[in-house]
Ligand binder design. Structure first.
Ligand code: MEV
Length: 439
């Protein structure tokens, strides 16, 4: 068995490669070749990536693609997406094109409030704690000024600090529930720095608060951290058109298609098993843009799913209705995003993605990302209620299967042509490939 290693992070990159491939792979030389194949020959660029995290061995590629023709509030966007799933960009592009001739997407930001909390234990009289909080509140703001002054100059900062008594949920548990406006920054560092300062002010202030007993003076701060649940950092994206313009080809009438779409959303609203997959499809679009623009997809994922369960049951993020002969389809989604700070000015591809999007503000990016999610859901539901998902999915997956089989470029061209008219199941692709090789 491999022994634990001390000081791995201090080894050189070559030494790290040696250690990992010798101890954990079947063929060290082959493994090193794979890892080195992904090194970038541009040494400066490689070093930049090496320094994003600790113990970098190599780079991990994801395709970076573009879904064009997104008309959002009358402006045309080409949306960059970083994703490995073969059908996502194609589906987004198809939905964009569909709505391009039907008025496009309309969006608006419903709120930009970010949240952070100082969680603490106070053993004593809650009224005295409230009095202490009222006294200390101005100091919570003033002692954070070195952190907040630049943000305030730009119009952001701390918007509220509230004392919350949570003792019904957990003995002696209280919190400072704080809200922030972080403008174009996602704001994690800003918020966490403010919260850690609040925690200090709170602890020191309690020590000096005359009417506290000795026990009450000892406020125990458990942690100070932002919340990724941001139900008031919310954006809406929607599409609508007269039902009779909802023609999707095939046998299905526009009215039947509209009704099936509404039904599909209704099912996702009431059935959590379906809602999770329905929302996963939405996240296909959202995550891809978030990754391409260097934002934190884990934060967004956590917050979005919590929002999907806000009414006590996990449910659909999108909504659909037919009213007065108009089909309307929309999403409300919490998105705490940044277009400054973090990777945004560091990662060359992220910078380029933001340039392609017209250097959006955080609010503009929220709207673009919400559109990508809505478009993805429209495309998925459209396939699901008409042809079924596999037809489009397998067509896109075809190249992956052919690459796995080791098909040449000429074989790929022949078989792609063939599967334009034939169902591309895995076994059908293998059979057609073998047949082609034989002939
Ligand atoms: C696949 O990645 C996403 C879908 O399953 C979404 C959905 O079912 O709505 C197609």
């Amino acid at each position: 068995m491999t022994k634990p290693i001390e000081g791995f992070s201090k080894l050189t990159k070559e030494e790290k490669l040696d250690w990992i491939t010798t101890n954990y792979t079947e063929n060290s030389e082959d493994a090193k070749k794979i890892l080195k194949r992904y090194w970038n020959p541009d040494k400066t660029l490689q070093q930049l990536h090496d320094e994003f995290i600790e113990n970098t061995l190599t780079n991990y590629y994801l395709p970076f693609g573009i879904a064009p023709n997104f008309l959002i509030n009358d402006t045309l966007y080409a949306i960059p997406m970083a994703i490995e799933e073969s059908s996502v960009v194609a589906a987004a592009s198809k939905a964009a094109k569909f709505w391009l001739t039907r008025g496009g997407f309309k969006t608006r930001v419903l709120g930009t409030q970010k949240i952070g909390q100082v969680h603490f234990i106070f053993q004593g009289n809650p009224q005295k704690l409230s009095a202490f909080f009222e006294e200390i509140k101005p100091k919570l703001y003033s002692e954070a000024v070195p952190i907040t002054k630049n943000m305030e100059k730009r119009g952001g900062g701390i918007t509220e600090i509230e004392l919350r008594n949570k003792t019904k949920a957990l003995e002696n548990y209280y919190q400072l529930h704080c809200t922030f406006e972080t403008l174009d920054a996602m704001g994690a560092n800003f918020i966490n720095s403010c919260l850690e300062q609040f925690a200090n002010t709170l602890k020191t202030g309690a020590q000096n608060f005359a009417s506290f007993t000795k026990e009450e003076k000892n406020i125990e701060v458990v942690m100070a951290i932002l919340s990724n649940y941001v139900p008031n950092c919310l954006v809406r994206a929607e599409v609508s058109c007269p039902v009779n313009q909802l023609n999707v080809g095939g046998q299905l009438s526009s009215a039947d298609f509209a009704q099936k779409m509404v039904r599909a959303v209704e099912i996702a609203k009431v059935e959590p098993h379906r809602a999770v997959t329905h929302n996963k499809g939405i996240m296909n679009g959202i995550d891809a843009v978030i990754l391409a623009t260097g934002n934190d997809f884990r934060a967004v994922e956590a917050g979005v799913h919590a929002y999907a369960a806000k009414d006590g049951r996990y449910s659909s993020l999108t909504h659909a209705e037919v009213k007065d002969n108009t089909f309307r389809f929309w999403i409300d989604v919490p998105l705490a995003l940044g277009t400054v700070g973090g990777l945004t000015s560091l990662h060359p591809l992220v910078k380029l993605a933001l340039e392609i999007l017209g250097k959006p503000s955080a609010e503009e990016l929220m709207q673009i990302v919400a559109v990508a999610g809505l478009a993805q859901n429209f495309a998925a539901l459209r396939s699901l209620v008409t042809t079924g998902i596999q037809e489009g999915h397998m067509k896109m997956h075809l190249l992956n299967i052919l690459n796995q089989l080791g098909a040449t470029e000429a074989e790929k061209t022949r078989l792609t042509e063939y599967f334009k008219k034939n169902a591309a199941t895995h076994s059908a692709v293998v059979a057609a490939f073998e047949q082609l090789r034989k002939s």
